[in-house]
Design a protein around this ligand. Structure first.
Ligand SMILES: [Zn+2]
Length: 317
């Protein structure tokens, strides 16, 4: 009896796992919410503000397997989400320009992107899964103390920023040296933002960061100081201001989207798992593309939730 039980167990263990039933494709819902993930350090060991290279790879794997695809924050803001039907956009952001986000290593006199830095990991993942896409926004600190000044390889800072811009990544404003904007008056707030942009432009002439991520999520007394301004013939203008928390963002087509308060999800294990599970359990809340950039497909009866849009057709499914 005991032996037959053991045999049965052995047989069960040797069987290939039963194929899971093919997941039903999710119906399109372009009023669903979108995750904007917020990474800090990519390094070892795993800590509150550090994701290891291995865990970052696993994050990409989990997103890919669940039907998420990378989109640029700028494309989200423009409402230009051209994804295959049934897939969900996700945005990656990296704050504070720490070394593990973008590092070059020298091999035989040539500078190569470190395969264990965020950019290297993203690009290797894209080579393996081209349909996953290619996008991320880097909120850099041009005037911070090392190791947070432009990824901490001073001689290569310009090469890195130029690479990011030329490859279609986005460079975002995060102030000059991570100033808590709640603590300062208008002059300092504007100078922090304007100077950060000017220092980025020294490396990438004419580059205009489209978005600002608030250091520590701290708003200045008047949000319009952070939104737009200028001096000496140069100016800044942000299409969105990002917070450091707040959950998944509303659809870019929804009326509830507040561009001055764009929420993010901190990319730590517990939050990523929680939100992936959340959308697995509440698929109706997840943004799902209809595969057609010219139409916005939404659930029946939700047209009043769509903000006024020109040039696109709203379809209730
Ligand atoms: Zn920061």
């Amino acid at each position: 009896m005991r032996r037959s039980l053991l045999l049965l167990v052995a047989l069960l263990l040797s069987l290939p796992p039963a194929p899971s039933p093919a997941a039903e494709p999710l119906p399109p819902n372009e009023l669903g919410r979108i995750m904007i993930l917020e990474y800090h350090k990519i390094d070892t060991p795993e800590e509150r503000w550090t994701r290891t290279p291995a865990n970052f790879r696993r994050d990409l794997e989990r997103l890919w397997e669940r039907g998420y695809r990378l989109v640029a924050l700028g494309d989200l803001l423009d409402g230009k989400l051209a994804l295959p039907r049934g897939t969900t956009p996700v945005v990656l952001t990296f704050d504070d320009s720490s070394p593990g986000q973008f590092r070059y290593v020298e091999r035989n006199g040539e500078w190569l992107i470190d395969p264990d830095c965020a950019v290297g990991i993203l690009e290797a993942f894209e080579r393996a899964h081209p349909e996953f896409g290619h996008a991320a926004t880097f909120y850099v600190l041009p005037g911070a103390d090392p190791p947070n000044r432009l990824f901490n390889q001073p001689a290569l800072a310009g090469k890195k920023l130029a690479y990011l811009a030329s490859r279609g990544y986005e460079i975002g404003n995060h102030t000059l040296w991570h100033a808590n904007l709640a603590r300062y008056g208008e002059d300092v707030v504007r100078k922090q933002i304007m100077t950060a942009q000017e220092w980025i432009q020294r490396h990438v002439p004419g580059y205009r960061p489209r978005t600002l991520a608030l250091p520590m999520g701290a708003y200045p007394k008047d949000v319009t100081w952070a939104a737009a301004g200028g001096r000496n013939g140069s100016s800044y203008r942000h299409d969105a201001i990002l917070m450091v928390a707040g959950g998944a963002a509303p659809s870019p087509y929804g009326r509830t989207l507040d561009l001055y308060r764009l929420p993010r999800i901190q990319a730590v294990e517990s939050e990523i798992s929680r939100w992936l599970d959340y959308f697995d359990r509440h698929p109706q809340e997840r943004y799902v593309s209809d595969g057609d950039p010219a139409t916005i497909t939404i659930p029946q009866g939700q047209a009043p939730r769509v903000r006024p849009l020109s040039g696109v057709r709203v379809v209730e499914r």
